[in-house]
Design a protein around this ligand. Structure first.
Ligand code: EPU
Length: 418
């Protein structure tokens, strides 16, 4: 298993291109199941999770091919199997995004239940409840969910809580349903908006995407489309923290600062000097950050996917910061590893109290999930000495060539095959 060896201390300098958003690309790829037409997606990041979803679609009979840098051609014409097997769903929960499209277009789907994962139980009851309301018959047996429907019917669905992939699944289902579906308390994330933009290009009739009430007038079929995936706001946020934690000066290009308001607000409050421009963001930091308090929340709140990275920054801040995780139950897996690097963090339930220390120190640490791994990379970049991060396959799920991007900014990072 590969390791990352990082010697900290070098201020990052230069510019780095932000990749396309993993969490927008995943649902956009599964949208290919909704149509016989070809989808041409641009700005798709080359990541393990994208390979996994592509493998899943191919398993169903779809064609998924890389076309040039960042291009992906998806054709759902020959889909003939309607199952997402355990082996694939187990490695990536987002596989559940095939459920809505399959039931909507073919009237059937058999998808392995995702089960627990490192950041909490993450059920899919809201996805299933919505499909049921649209007339699907749902059976759970042998660890699989089977959904059947002649044709889904539009209805009013009120989500109990905000769910990103739940909203995406029902948006795709509603696009081909008979009649009008209204999704209330829908997730507003830019990734949901990006999927809605692709669906609209395919001929779907959607109003209100990006607000918490989305109205979808179903159409009988959807057609081909081309679409460019939005910039990855979490990768961008991670690089912004990398610049700050190393007291560097980094310009992010091809990014979307307008999707990052909450995170940028907190970085500013911490003393980071930010200069946003159209499609770019300059990040500079000279002094030790000030401690800030953060509570994660659905968009436009502070993204849970940036919580671990902000904690890495706060570990070295001047003062005590209180970080509250409200979206997931168990998303403090990075804390024990940060402690090994000299951080001073105490957890009580969903709240972490982080007393900043003047200097983190390198240590051997273990990555546990994608964003936890990112926080360890950041802590390592700001630390004194060398950090060896084990199990970096988590990182490869969501960060495209991270060690190359960091090295180009002057970081001392090596991938070592152990
Ligand atoms: N939830 C339910 N029932 C459901 C669905 C969700 O109780 O049917 C709960 C979850 O357990 C969680 C909360 O609702 O406590 C929010 O979960 P959500 O469904 O929004 O998460 P998700 O759709 O599974 C996506 C991202 C995650 C990101 C979350 C929150 C994708 C593929 N994944 O997950 O990204 O953390 O939204 O913003 O879009 C990552 O990229 O590292 C990652 C984990």
């Amino acid at each position: 298993m590969d390791q990352l060896h990082i010697r900290g201390g070098a201020p990052l300098k230069g510019s780095v291109r932000v990749s396309g958003a993993k969490n927008a690309a995943l649902p956009c790829i599964t949208a290919g199941l909704l149509t016989e037409g070809d989808l041409r997606l641009a700005n798709v990041p080359r990541l393990k999770d994208i390979e996994t979803i592509s493998r899943l679609l191919r398993h169903m009979g779809a064609a998924v091919e890389e076309v040039g840098a960042g291009g992906l051609a998806v054709s759902g014409r020959a889909v003939s199997r309607f199952e997402a097997p355990y082996e694939l769903v187990r490695t990536m929960r987002a596989s559940v995004l095939v459920l809505g499209p399959l039931v909507a277009r073919f009237g059937r789907a058999r998808v392995s239940l995702p089960g627990g994962c490192a950041i909490g139980p993450r059920p899919i009851n809201l996805h299933l409840g919505g499909l049921k309301q649209m007339g699907a018959e749902i059976d759970l047996s042998g660890g699989y969910v089977e959904a059947k429907a002649r044709r889904l019917r539009g209805t009013r669905i009120v989500f109990d809580m905000k769910t990103v992939t739940g909203t995406e699944n029902l948006l795709m289902a509603a696009a081909l349903a008979e009649g009008t579906t209204v999704l209330e308390n829908a997730a507003c994330e830019p990734e949901v908006q990006d999927l809605a933009a692709l669906l609209a290009a395919m001929g779907a009739r959607i109003r209100g995407a990006g607000t918490d009430t989305v109205t979808v007038e179903g159409v009988p079929t959807l057609g081909p489309a081309t679409h460019r995936i939005i910039a990855d706001r979490i990768e961008a946020g991670t690089f912004a923290v990398a610049a700050a934690i190393t007291r560097g000066d980094v310009t992010l290009t091809d990014c979307a600062p307008e999707h990052m308001e909450a995170v940028l607000g907190k970085l500013r409050e911490a003393g980071v000097d930010l200069t946003p421009g159209p499609g770019r963001l300059r990040v500079r930091m000279r002094d030790r950050p000030r401690a800030v308090n953060v509570q994660t929340a659905p968009y436009p709140g502070f993204a849970t996917d940036m919580q671990a990275q902000l904690m890495a920054l706060m570990s070295g801040a001047d003062g005590r910061s209180v970080i509250t995780e409200t979206v997931f139950e168990n998303r403090f897996m990075h804390v024990n590893e940060l402690l090994r690097m000299g951080a001073d963090v105490k957890i009580a339930g969903r709240t972490a109290s982080v007393q900043g220390v003047p200097q983190l120190r390198g240590a051997p640490v273990m990555a546990t999930d994608l964003r936890a791994s990112a926080s360890l990379v950041l802590a390592a970049l700001g630390a004194e000495g060398t950090t060896v991060i084990h199990r970096i396959y988590h990182l490869d799920r969501g960060y495209e060539t991270i060690e190359r991007k960091l090295s180009a900014l002057g970081a001392d990072v090596r991938r070592v095959r152990a």
